[in-house]
Design a protein around this ligand. Structure first.
Ligand SMILES: Nc1ncnc2c1ncn2[C@@H]1O[C@H](COP(=O)(O)OP(=O)(O)OP(=O)(O)O)[C@@H](O)[C@H]1O
Ligand SMILES: [Mg+2]
Length: 366
């Protein structure tokens, strides 16, 4: 996958920007607070309609403006598509080839982007919802149906919690069924994805760190029996049983207590949880191994080489780990957009890479 060009209007600190002729490796360097992360964020947003950092729509639109506009042309095999998103305070309106997209599932999965930024440490360190978000975002690339099922699940959850508050017995039942139907699909896909990660992540972790050690990713479902099957029907039965078991508690607390909105995952190094035992560097390496596994899985399973966004990479990793990262991205022939305050920290072939200087919301190729 190759982004050919990018246009921004009134996005964050960019009044207007048009960049054409991207190379396989594109390095954006500049001082702090110039717009480097904003630029990567615009690419991420075009691909996923989500932001890299938590942000409301109005934060994305340049201050004192009403609307922001992003547009980019993507080439994949022999297909060229122009993606665009218009952002208002209350909405994001996506289009592909100038055609409005009403259902997000028609948008997801066509432009694949994986990012690695300092914020990713929060995937391991932060609350469980960060880990659920990581799984869900990763799965959007593999299966556009997954995004739709997450939408259905969240709707059922809101409706059921409302019914629990109002003590509406039949509604609790109806939405409970829907919750389990979508929930089983979600859990089975997450388990399958974690299985894939476990065939790739341990090796990558060893390669990046240069150290031996058994790494494992474990899905932690909030159910009373171990959930180590990815068969949807079996999961449905387990969730149903669990919902029956906790029915009285759900009515007491007026909240749905069963389903993938309560699950998460952990990563272990020699049976020790990275979250509690890992150093910052070990945690970064673990996340990087996850992201590179995602990249490899997409390539193997779907033949897709996603775009890789690396924000502020210099501050993240030591020299050996950085070298390994750039080497492996080169070997995989993926298009990379990198930001850094110091171009010396980026180990790229300067003859092949394009270098851009970012200064106060404008970008110059150097
Ligand atoms: N909606 C907005 N309108 C105008 N400016 C904004 C908006 N949102 C963010 N900014 C500004 O954009 C500037 C650049 O932010 P960005 O995060 O891209 O910097 P950066 O170059 O990545 O810096 P660092 O090296 O510190 O990470 C910041 O000064 C920020 O205040
Ligand atoms: Mg930044």
């Amino acid at each position: 996958m190759q982004l050919e060009w990018l246009r921004l209007e009134h996005f964050r600190n960019y009044p207007q920007l048009f960049l054409d002729g991207f190379s396989e490796t594109n390095v954006f360097f500049g001082k702090n607070a110039q717009g480097k992360t904003n630029l990567l964020e615009s690419i991420y947003l075009l691909a996923t309609l989500q932001t890299l950092r938590p942000a409301a729509n109005k934060d994305l639109v340049a201050w004192e403006k009403e609307t922001a506009y992003l547009e980019g042309k993507l080439s994949y095999q022999d297909i060229h598509r122009t993606f665009s998103v218009q952002i208002h305070e209350k909405s994001k309106r996506p289009k592909i080839n100038d055609k409005s997209i009403k259902k997000t599932k028609e948008y997801f999965g066509l432009m694949n982007v994986i990012s690695f930024s300092p914020l990713d440490l929060q995937t391991l360190q932060g609350p469980p919802q960060n880990r659920r978000r990581y799984l869900d975002r990763a799965l959007f690339h593999f299966d556009p149906m997954y995004a739709q099922e997450i939408g259905r699940y969240m709707r059922a959850l809101i409706q059921r919690n409302a019914a629990l508050k109002l003590e509406q017995g039949s509604q609790i039942e109806i939405w409970g069924e829907k919750l389990i139907q979508s929930g089983a699909y979600i859990v089975s896909k997450r388990l399958q994805f974690i299985e894939k990660l476990n065939t790739l992540t341990p090796c990558l972790y060893q390669e990046i760190s240069g150290l031996d050690g058994a790494v494992e990713v474990r899905y932690e479902a909030a159910v009373s029996c171990p959930l180590n099957v990815s068969d949807e029907e079996t999961i449905r039965q387990i969730l149903s049983e669990e919902q029956r078991r906790l029915a009285w508690q759900e009515r007491k607390f007026k909240r749905s207590l069963v389903g993938p909105h309560r699950d998460e995952f952990s990563m272990y190094l020699n049976e020790k949880n990275f979250r509690t035992f890992g150093s910052q560097g070990e945690q970064r390496t673990a996340i990087l191994a996850l992201k590179l596994s995602e990249l490899e899985a997409l390539k193997r399973e779907k033949g897709i080489k996603p775009i890789f966004l690396l924000d502020d990479i210099a501050s993240e990793l030591d020299t050996d780990r950085r070298n390994f990262l750039f080497q492996s991205l080169r070997n995989k022939n993926v298009q990379v957009f990198v930001t850094t305050t110091d171009p010396e920290n980026v180990n790229v072939n300067k003859n092949k890479a394009k270098m851009y200087k970012v200064h106060q919301g404008s970008v110059t190729e150097v």
